[in-house]
Structure formats: structure tokens, C-alpha cells
Design a protein around this ligand. Structure first.
Ligand code: SF4
Length: 405
């Protein structure tokens, strides 16, 4: 029997693109100072004009992907910025571009290296799609981005709004975007109710976004929408007092900023539990397994999962890896939130001895602590391993524990 102890340490149709010109008058229910977002003779709407003016003095101008027309750099930034804050993205963006300066360089890389540079940023399907997309661009587009948003949107992992942003910033196209920030601003400003993810509200938002699009300076306008959503019209506690749309905003006027956009009625996020094993050899290397290419953490290196009783570990390790546990230590539990569930992780540090060479038959491999930075590890796995590395000296896992039978 292996002795176990708890660790006491700390630790569709794409109508919005280049040649699109809205012709019909918008019949807005908005009762503010903007009577019609876009006039029928094509003059710029007050909404667009206000935002363009505001962006010049209050918008963001020094982000690393700005002041550049390179569709590759713009694409990488737009993908990284999905579901992720600017401050988090910047160091990842810089490292990624330093390693993969061109589409060709990215297409020629191994997926594992791409995932390693994405490690910690989350939503790893983005990295897999970026890699697949680069290979398609090289194979089918001579290593260049198509200029039309409709064509860009056919590439893997690039939706309609992202395609429009790339076309606008890289090729000067006239196309509407509708990311989460823009949806929030439009719902509040025009008092649009209903779930923004529903097809009805989504169609209304796209229609609104297209009708507001100015004929010129579209890049400034699109940047202004992004900036307003990210810095002023925040999800909680928007800064209405310094918002350029203050006077015309329905939600602000009616005191409904907290209820717009309407929240989806979601069931509570389910909890899942998983035991992860830090299988540590005498030379301090740990065992990592590669996940299948698709699905959760696809292609990443993870700690082996174990769903049995910890005192039955020996019977599980031997046939699977040819390993025998000599001591086991319970590490502090941690939580990791995914979009659709929360993962409760119970990590175990297990000192092991090799009894046979079974490893070659699995997707597992030994990794040295000094190589962790270069490996594609999901954030909680990295946290567990870095927590161990920070302990100096490493705790002996239940020194003197009896050997398992
Ligand atoms: S006034 Fe407030 S709610 Fe309305 S768009 Fe501006 S920040 Fe958002």
C-alpha cells in the first residue's frame, strides 16, 4: 500500500462587405437625438460621426497591431482578442509574432509549437484554426490573405465579424463588425431587448450595424466601436458620464444599463471533478500525455487523469505506463472555469519508478522542469507544475512510504 498524505504547504449571407451600401431609411425605435442613424442621401449618421470624432482624441492608438496594414498581424491580433482582454493578449501577440513573423513561418511550424506559444491564453481551438488557416493560405492563396471579407470568412476559425475587421483594417474595406463589445453598445444605445445570441436579435443587430456604417473613415469608426466597448461602455458599471453617446443613449436615459443587453437565462454552470497525477521520476522529470487533436485541450500536453481510488493507483499505473508508485502526496486543489462547466482539480504528486518500457506505446512522454516554457500546457497544468518548481527544495513525496504491492 502506498502511504498518502495531504500537502500542508502554501501554494450566411455576408451582406455587409466591401460594396455594401445601405439604401433604406432606418426605422429606429430610438427616440433620442439621433432621428435616423443614417440619412437616406448617404450622409454619415450622427452616431458614426460622434464616434469617429471621439476616437481621434479618446480612442486607443498605440496597440502593437495598430498603425499597420499587414493582414497577417491584424488577423492574429483579432483572433487573440476574442474572449480575451487586451492586456493579456499583448505579451502573447509579441511572442507569437517574434517566432512566426509571416504566414509562411506559421504554416511551416509544428502544431505543438503553435500551441506552446498559445499556452495560457485559453480557447485553444483558436490556435489550431490559426495553424490550419495558415496552411490553407499557403496552399491555396499563395501565402496571402484574400482582400474580400466574404473570402476571409471562409477560412477556418474566422467568423463574419472578424473577417470584416481584417478587411477593414488591412484592405480599407467598408464592412460592419459585430463583436461582443459592439453588440453591447448597440443594445444599450438603441434599447434593443432580447438575447443577443438569438437569431432574431442577431439579425436586428447586424442590420443596425450595417445601416450605421459610414461611407468613409470606416477603419476609424470600427476602431472607435471597439474602443468604446472596451474602455467606456463596460459590461458592468459603464462610464456613461464620459461617453460620447451619453445624450442619445436609450439605456442611459431610461436607467437600464444594468439590464441591457438582456441576459441569457442559462442553467448554472455544471461542476466536474478530475484527479490529475504528477508522475515524478527520480530525476524530477514528470510524465505528460498528449490530448487527441480535437476536443478539450486538443493537441495539448496534460497530466494524466485518474478516476480511481488513490490506494488502487499501483494497479492502474503498471499496465498503462510500466510505473510503480513509491509515495503519494495530495497537492492543493484548484478550480478552472471553462465556458460550459467548472473543473475542480485534485492533483496528486506521485513518485514513481520505472518497471518496464511501456511508455513508447502511449502518447505520454517525460518532460524536464526546465522545458515547461516550450511545451503546450493548459493553464491549470502549468500552475500545478510551476507550483512544484517553486518549492525549493521539492517536498519529498511521503518519504519513507511503503512500496505498493
Ligand atoms: S451612455 Fe452608457 S450605456 Fe450608453 S453607450 Fe455610453 S457608456 Fe454605454
Amino acid at each position: 500500500m502506498v502511504a498518502v498524505r495531504a500537502w500542508a504547504g502554501t501554494a450566411g449571407p455576408l451582406a455587409a462587405f466591401r460594396d455594401y451600401r445601405p439604401l433604406q431609411r432606418t426605422t429606429s425605435t430610438f427616440a433620442g437625438t439621433i432621428a435616423h442613424p443614417r440619412t437616406i442621401d448617404g450622409r454619415m449618421s450622427d452616431f458614426a460621426q460622434t464616434l469617429i470624432r471621439w476616437q481621434r482624441t479618446h480612442g486607443r492608438h498605440d496597440l502593437p497591431w495598430q498603425a499597420c496594414r499587414d493582414p497577417y498581424r491584424i488577423w492574429i491580433s483579432e483572433i487573440m482578442l476574442q474572449q480575451t482582454q487586451v492586456d493579456t493578449v499583448i505579451p502573447y501577440y509579441r511572442r507569437f509574432l517574434a517566432r512566426f513573423a509571416t504566414i509562411d513561418a506559421l504554416a511551416g511550424a509544428k502544431l505543438e509549437e503553435v500551441l506552446a506559444l498559445w499556452s495560457g491564453l485559453g480557447y485553444y481551438a483558436r490556435a489550431r484554426n490559426v495553424h490550419a488557416c495558415a496552411r490553407i493560405l499557403v496552399a491555396e492563396h499563395d501565402g496571402r490573405f484574400p482582400a474580400l471579407a466574404e473570402e476571409i470568412a471562409r477560412l477556418p476559425g474566422i467568423g463574419r465579424s472578424t473577417a470584416a475587421a481584417i478587411a477593414v483594417f488591412a484592405f480599407g474595406a467598408r464592412a460592419a463588425i459585430l463583436d461582443g463589445n459592439v453588440k453591447r453598445v448597440l443594445c444599450r444605445h438603441f434599447g434593443i431587448t432580447g438575447d443577443p445570441a438569438s437569431s432574431r436579435v442577431l439579425a436586428e443587430l447586424w442590420s443596425r450595424a450595417e445601416s450605421l456604417l459610414p461611407a468613409a473613415r470606416v477603419d476609424v469608426y470600427v476602431q472607435a466601436q471597439m474602443d468604446l466597448g472596451a474602455t467606456v461602455c463596460l459590461r458592468t458599471r459603464p462610464h456613461c458620464g464620459r461617453c460620447p453617446l451619453h445624450d442619445s443613449c436609450t439605456a442611459r436615459r431610461e436607467g437600464r444599463t444594468a439590464e441591457l443587453p438582456s441576459r441569457r437565462t442559462r442553467p448554472p454552470r455544471p461542476q466536474r471533478h478530475r484527479q490529475m497525477l504528477v508522475l515524478r521520476a527520480a530525476d524530477r522529470r514528470v510524465l505528460l500525455e498528449q490530448r487527441p487533436a480535437a476536443g478539450l485541450w486538443g493537441g495539448m500536453l496534460v497530466l494524466p487523469d485518474y478516476d480511481g481510488e488513490i490506494d488502487e493507483l499501483a494497479g492502474w499505473l503498471a499496465p498503462r505506463y510500466g510505473l510503480r508508485p513509491s509515495a503519494v502526496l495530495a497537492l492543493p486543489p484548484l478550480r478552472h472555469a471553462f465556458t460550459h462547466f467548472t473543473l475542480q482539480i485534485s492533483p496528486w504528486l506521485v513518485d514513481v519508478e520505472e518497471t518496464s518500457r511501456r511508455l513508447g506505446e502511449s502518447t505520454a512522454r517525460w518532460a524536464d522542469a526546465s522545458s515547461l516554457d516550450a511545451l503546450p500546457l493548459p493553464a491549470p497544468v502549468r500552475r500545478i507544475l510551476e507550483g512544484l518548481a517553486a518549492l525549493n527544495p521539492l517536498p519529498a513525496a511521503c518519504a519513507g512510504a511503503g512500496r505498493s504491492g
